[in-house]
Every structure is written in structure tokens, then in C-alpha cells.
Design a protein around this ligand. Structure first.
Ligand code: PA5
Length: 446
């Protein structure tokens, strides 16, 4: 199980200016109310991600087992919550879990990027999975139409077998397409929001296709959910981390950096970026008061960004809370050969493992941050495996909802995304958006 080290989020002899542990007691009442609100939301069935560990996954494993073995690649067409979890899981595990089949995620509307994916792959060995809860997202729908057109022309006899649709159970245009075209389909549950949906069919199908142990993912998530019930908040990573981030936000630390010391976990930081930004960045509180809250999530990569960001993090504005992701055991490693034993510049490295250097650099960065009075935490993965990733996913989902409760905002909506979507519809000529189109034309011609 992953472990959360929070000692440098609280005042200690090395970090005297951090939040004192007595503050945790001061906020016990707020914590209790937030927990009660979560319980009542769960009863009202609006936090469906909590219950995902119990789902029956045979629909997915049976489907993958029955899939034509010629399919070596899956391309996910989706964006935001319908894409980032797929990327995070596949890229975390593709090497350490020695995955056999490949997953690509096309989550933009970039023609060169689409061309790169389509030209790199043997389309005869590729299945496409269109993932969109709403079934209306322009980015995903444009990709879907381009790809389906290609498939229909290239494989007129069996193009239906080369596309899967993952969307709402009943609603939306794509559900109708499933019925008329006869595509295989999966479901994004009503009670799970996009960015909380990685442990639904949204993320489980591509994971199972690649060979990830999806039962282990859910087991890890269940384990973390159990830990999140712990009364003592210091033993409850999602709630403790949420409370401390909330308290640091109140002190003006408006940036949350996630810094994995592992390339494999870099996309996990991207998944977190969406979860934290879209859930907590809100103009209004629940009573309609303007509050403009949120904490800007930033991702950085250790050690790479030690040579890019750490100067800023240690000596620039003290406005960040930094979380390291550390891996203890690596399935792939190198011993650095001592090929220049006579040279002091490099012989100290000889005979050491690459992972030892990596983790020493992480600790060195942690120490430097403490000396510079910068709060930081460490989420430790004993190894990168499905169970630990499932636990980390559940930890951050619970932490996000809990922090939303402390902030008195709705962490499940994203009204700020709507204006841009509507303007795009108007600019692209969607029916019913004439008024908006005229407004944008006036803006352009000013
Ligand atoms: O978290 C969310 O709800 C969003 O990020 C969505 O996942 C994203 O906008 C994609 O939406 P959809 O799955 O409807 O295409």
C-alpha cells in the first residue's frame, strides 16, 4: 500500500514556519461536518466513485478475452476526464508491468498529432474506443467522425468490430449510433463525474486491453477508501492532505506542485492536475457568494525539473505546496558501472543503482525545500503496480471532494468550461448559437 509522509506539511524543527499540528485540532469541527456531508452525498448517490471498487468487472474482462487477437493497439478518443486516467494508468504500468498491448490516447484536436497516431499504427491491428460521457464534446466527436470515415472506407466489411463506444447508458447522440451501427459499447455511470471516472469503464477497458490487472486497481482503491474512514486525521492521508492544502490555500499558497520522481508517474500528475483544478477552481461558494477559490496544480518531473524548476521553488515566492511521488522498488534498474575508478568527478557513482541516485536526489530536494521553509509531502509507492495506483487514485478523489467541502464549493461541476464550449459551437456554426456567433463577430471586429 502507498504511504503518505506529511511531516514537512506540519511545523517541525526543520520547517518552523509550517502549519502547527495544533491547527488540526482547531479545524476538527469543520472536518467532522465535511465528513458528514460526504456521507449524505453518498447516500444521495451523487458520489458514485466511492462505490466503484465493488463493481463486477466481468463485462470488461469477458469482452477483452473475446476480442479478436489481431488487435494489438487501442486508440482512445476522448478528452479531459475521458482521457487522462487512461493515459495515467497505461503510462505508469506499460514498462513496469510489462504490458503486451499498446494504448494510445488522442485527446486533442491537433491534426499533426492525429496523423502521427494513425500513420504509426497498422490500422488492421487497431481498435478505437470513443469515450465521451456527454456524447457531444467537439474534440472527441471530430476525431470519431474522421476515424469512422477512415474505417468505413478501409474495412467496409467489418468496420463495426473496430470501434467501441463508451458513453452514457441512455442519453446522447452516441448511444443512438451504438444502436444503429451495432458497435460494442460501455457505460459511463450517471453518478460518476468525468474526472472521477477512471475506475469506471472509461479507464478500465483500455487498462484491461493492455493487460493491467483491473481487479488489483479496484482492490487498491477499496483499501484507500477504508483508510479514509479512519477517525484520527493524522492517519487518514486523503483527509489530512486535503485539510493541509486547504489551510495552506488560506495562507496564500495558491500553487500545488506534484513532482513524481518517475517518468512512469508523470501522467498521474497530469490526471491530478485536472482533478484538482476543475474541481476546486470556483467563483461561487454554495450560497452563491463570489469567492474565487482554487489552487493551481503544476506538474514537475524529478530529477529533470531540478534543473528547471527547483531554483524557483526554493528561492522564488513561497506560494507552493509540493508533493513528491517516490518509488521504492523498481522492476527495471541499472547499476552504474565504475568505468573511471581513478576520477573523483564520477567514481562516487560507480557501483550504485540508478534508482539509488534518483531517490537520493529526491531526498536532497526535499531537504533543500525544508531549509528554504517550503512545505512539502511525499507519497511513497513501494512499487509501481495496479494496486498502488488504484489506491492513489482513490486517495486524490476523496481528498478533492473533501477539500471542496471545506471550501464550501461544488467540486463536481465545471461551469467555467461552458463559455468556451458555447463559443466554439457558435464559431463552428452549430445550430442554435446565432446570438453567440454575432457577439463573437462583434468582439473580433472591435
Ligand atoms: O470532468 C469532466 O467532467 C470533464 O473534464 C469531462 O471529462 C470532459 O469535458 C469530457 O467530457 P465528455 O466525456 O462528455 O466528452
Amino acid at each position: 500500500m502507498i504511504r503518505f509522509e506529511h511531516r514537512n506539511l506540519l511545523a517541525n524543527p526543520y520547517l518552523k514556519t509550517a502549519i502547527p499540528s495544533s491547527r488540526l485540532v482547531d479545524f476538527a469541527g469543520m472536518v467532522k461536518s465535511a465528513r458528514e456531508e460526504i456521507l449524505s452525498d453518498r447516500k444521495a448517490d451523487i458520489l458514485g466513485f466511492y462505490d466503484l471498487p465493488e463493481q463486477d468487472t466481468t463485462r470488461i474482462t469477458d469482452f477483452v478475452a473475446a476480442l479478436d487477437p489481431k488487435f494489438e493497439n487501442m486508440v482512445v478518443l476522448g478528452i479531459g476526464g475521458s482521457a487522462l486516467g487512461n493515459k495515467a494508468l497505461y503510462n505508469a504500468l506499460k514498462t513496469e508491468a510489462r504490458l503486451k498491448r499498446k494504448v494510445y490516447v488522442y485527446d486533442n484536436v491537433d491534426p499533426v498529432y492525429l496523423h502521427e497516431i494513425l500513420s504509426e499504427l497498422d490500422l488492421g491491428k487497431t481498435v478505437f474506443n470513443v469515450v465521451t460521457k456527454s456524447g457531444t464534446t467537439a474534440e472527441t466527436m471530430s476525431g470519431y467522425m474522421i476515424v469512422l470515415d477512415i474505417l468505413k472506407r478501409k474495412f467496409p466489411g467489418d468496420y463495426q468490430k473496430r470501434m467501441i463506444i463508451t458513453t452514457d447508458k441512455e442519453k446522447g447522440f452516441l448511444r443512438q449510433v451504438v444502436k444503429t451501427e451495432g458497435f460494442a459499447s460501455f457505460v459511463v455511470p450517471d453518478n460518476v463525474g468525468g474526472r472521477f471516472s477512471v475506475l469506471t469503464d472509461v479507464g478500465l477497458l483500455s487498462s484491461a486491453f493492455a493487460g493491467i490487472d483491473i481487479k488489483a486497481l479496484l482492490k487498491g482503491a477499496a483499501g484507500m477508501r477504508e483508510i479514509s474512514e479512519t477517525k484520527d486525521i493524522t492517519q487518514n492521508p486523503p483527509l489530512l492532505n486535503g485539510l493541509l492544502h486547504f489551510l495552506y490555500m488560506r495562507e496564500g499558497k495558491n500553487i500545488s506542485v506534484m513532482m513524481p520522481y518517475s517518468n512512469s508517474l508523470y501522467d498521474f500528475a497530469d490526471w491530478y492536475r485536472q482533478l484538482w483544478a476543475e474541481s476546486l477552481g470556483k467563483r461561487y461558494d454554495l450560497s452563491g457568494r463570489e469567492i474565487y477559490v482554487g489552487q493551481t496544480p503544476v506538474k514537475a518531473l524529478g530529477t529533470t525539473d531540478q534543473h528547471s524548476q527547483i531554483q524557483l521553488y526554493t528561492q522564488g515566492p513561497n506560494d507552493k505546496v509540493i508533493t513528491f511521488l517516490t518509488v521504492e522498488k523498481w522492476n527495471h534498474d541499472y547499476v552504474i558501472p565504475n568505468i573511471h575508478p581513478e576520477r573523483g568527478e564520477v567514481n562516487y557513482l560507480g557501483g550504485k543503482k540508478l534508482s539509488q541516485l534518483l531517490n537520493a536526489e529526491r531526498l536532497a530536494t526535499e531537504y533543500a525545500l525544508c531549509k528554504a521553509h517550503r512545505p512539502n509531502a511525499n507519497l511513497i509507492f513501494p512499487e509501481i503496480n495496479a494496486e498502488n495506483l488504484g489506491a492513489a487514485i482513490m486517495m486524490y478523489e476523496i481528498q478533492t471532494v473533501f477539500t471542496g467541502k471545506l471550501l464550501n464549493i461544488n467540486p463536481l461541476d465545471q461551469p467555467g468550461v461552458e463559455d468556451g464550449k458555447i463559443a466554439t459551437y457558435a464559431l463552428m456554426g452549430k445550430a442554435g448559437f446565432d446570438k453567440e456567433r454575432k457577439e463573437i463577430e462583434a468582439y473580433q471586429n472591435q
